[in-house]
Ligand binder design. Sequence first.
Ligand code: NAP
Length: 366
Amino acid sequence: MTKRNVLILGGYGTFGRHVAEDIAATSEAQVTIAGRNPGKGKPFAETLGVGFRQCDANDSASLRKAVEDAWLVINASGPFKATDYSIPQTCIDAGCHYIDMADGRDYVVNIVQLDEAASNQRVFVCAGASTTPAITSALVAELQPQLGRIRSIQIALNAGNRNQAGVSTIATILSYVGCPVRVWQDGRWRTMRGWSAGEFVEFPPPVGRRRVQLCDVPDLEVFPQHFEVDDVIFKAGVELTILNYAIAAMARLKQICPPLNLPSFARPLVCMSKLFKPFGTLHGGCAVWATDLDGRQKSVALVAHENGPRIPGSPAILLARKLLSGEISNTGAYPCIGFLRLADFAEFLAPFNIFVAHGKNGVWTS
Ligand SMILES: NC(=O)c1ccc[n+]([C@@H]2O[C@H](COP(=O)([O-])OP(=O)(O)OC[C@H]3O[C@@H](n4cnc5c(N)ncnc54)[C@H](OP(=O)(O)O)[C@@H]3O)[C@@H](O)[C@H]2O)c1
């Protein structure tokens, strides 16, 4: 069988490395990983027995050269800027399929503006192949048949402190903390602040009670219409409560001084967070609580006993596998909703000690 060239941008980052490891092991793909720093990227590529290409995705000539012979590009770099589609557009122009792990709300929602160009080139473009909205939408879809008409959706995510935090992920979070965030509540849009509305929620064991606060993610924009509901809220947090309060303090600073460029603090923050690594656990999870018109509530979660960082990479891996096998043959541009089911994730993640838990009326039952 002829192998297809798969280029993984950021294939040695916190989450991209898991994508690279998996796709490099599939028989249908010839993987190359790419990024700006050969000192980091090359040694990792060698451990996988794959190629490395130096590429700055923000430099159009460098990007064009990197993707020229690719059949599929998986973008695990970031952060993803709201209105900048230069990376998927370059892939469309080069005639290759494109999947990314974006969590930028506007970026993921508006990827459909590339639909016509992608269809004309007969390529598949998919944004948000990561926890939000790929996994969160699969969790809600799991509850829908059990509840019928859902009125409200609450989503919460919390990572174990001993897992490594990625600079790009932290930069994305810092891009909205303290900033206005539109939230669909009681059937109308309300404005709240990023990282506000902090509360403790109960995740299934072994994760337990964790603090979460409001995040600006694609789900807030897409789910109200997609699932026809009156309320959608998405909150996330880290395991150590003190670090959640530290980010809340940064949100306050941003409110007092709006020009403050918080994402520029992402790298020092990640370095500082390493001092706290001896504390906490590897346990993390992503949970959804859905309530129907009669107030009945069902919940479902993906719970990581360890290996939590395998979760965000799994949608890009599963989507790439389906594309390589021909199971997905769509062309056009889409947010990553409806292509993968919870059963796909459960099967893929179980060997990593990550399982599905169910609950009812606020109590986790399995
Ligand atoms: N949708 C979701 O639910 C979800 C969940 C988790 C993460 N994410 C997103 O996934 C992305 C990756 O997160 P992460 O924590 O794994 O990031 P990370 O650890 O910082 O890794 C980013 C990788 O991309 C490379 N990179 C960064 N800028 C680049 C550029 N201009 N050109 C080429 N390569 C570049 C980096 O290498 P060099 O610095 O050497 O170039 C690194 O290998 C982020 O955008 C994050 O927001 C989404």
